[in-house]
Design a protein around this ligand. Structure first.
Ligand SMILES: [Zn+2]
Ligand SMILES: [Zn+2]
Length: 282
């Protein structure tokens, strides 16, 4: 089982990628049943949203804090719609006005009548990009990517990583139960170790396109491993420093990093939650 690892020692990105992302024209794409609605009036209610969007099929509305502090109105000006079927999403999009590849719909609240909101669907094809000639996908050449921008799809991620490091065979955006992007994270798999190490050593990359600017974070994807020193205990602590690049048990980590020259190495630990890397207590 693999876990996401967040390595939060922040530093300025050494690498910046400038460019424009490839535009993929999808013919009749299959969409996630979850849709983002941006720019909703601050006073809009669930009932008013359902009045606008319920005509396309069974739908529920979600927004941040709806279960606790913000039960009445969405606090951040956006909501998610979750339809029962992707046919409803198609119907909704067919009824939107379009400009510049963007979809718009009108909603009304008590204060704002006929306010235009943006409807942003997610095409399922945008979650994964696989290079056809790729042979096999290797966990030991996989990186975890964090901090992804919502406008970046798997093809875009593959394009950028390939440009910077070469040898990308797979790029994927992590998705939730509705196959909708979750948490701005993803994975990239390389065909060769050189590209993989280059990416891990970069640690951070700044992405600049005409549409957005975002700093993303690159970490090795950790696996279940035995301690590479004693081979007797599980090795949950990984040292990404090129002098070590190994999994350790706690005892072996401390032995290995006792010399002052290695004392500043930080352990990465597999975890199901986001954690900071920190020195292991001795
Ligand atoms: Zn050990
Ligand atoms: Zn080390």
């Amino acid at each position: 089982m693999l876990y996401n690892v967040i390595f939060l020692e922040s530093c300025d990105p050494k690498i910046t990628w400038h460019g424009s992302l490839p535009r993929k024209i999808l013919i009749e794409p299959e969409y996630s049943v979850k849709v983002f609605i941006g720019g909703v009036p601050w006073d809009i209610t669930e009932v008013e949203l359902l009045a606008s969007f319920g005509t396309y099929g069974n739908v529920t509305v979600e927004w941040p804090g709806k279960d606790c502090d913000h039960s009445k109105h969405p606090p951040k000006g956006y909501v998610y719609l979750i339809f029962n079927s992707s046919e409803s999403v198609k119907k909704l999009l067919q009824n939107c006005s379009r400009s510049d590849d963007k979809y718009y719909q009108l909603v009304s609240s008590r204060q704002r009548k006929s306010k235009e909101v943006q409807v942003i669907p997610w095409a399922l094809n945008d979650s994964n990009a696989l290079r056809i000639a790729s042979s096999r996908l290797d966990i030991d050449k996989t990186i975890f990517v964090g901090g992804l921008h919502g406008m970046l799809n798997a093809d875009g991620l593959m394009h950028i990583m390939d440009d910077l490091f070469g040898g990308v065979v797979y790029a994927g955006i992590d998705t939730d139960q509705y196959k909708y992007p979750i948490g701005g994270s993803g994975r990239v798999i390389f065909s060769n170790r050189k590209s993989y190490i280059k990416a891990v050593n970069a640690a951070f990359v700044e992405i600049r396109t005409k549409k957005f600017k975002k700093r993303i974070q690159l970490d090795p994807y950790l696996r279940d491993a035995m301690c590479t020193q004693c081979h007797k205990a599980p090795g949950p602590y990984f040292c990404r420093d090129s002098l070590c690049w190994a999994y350790y048990c706690k005892t072996c980590w401390n032995l290995r990093h006792r010399p002052a020259s290695l004392a500043d190495h930080r352990a990465m630990k597999r975890t199901s939650n986001k954690t900071k890397s920190r020195p292991i207590p001795r």
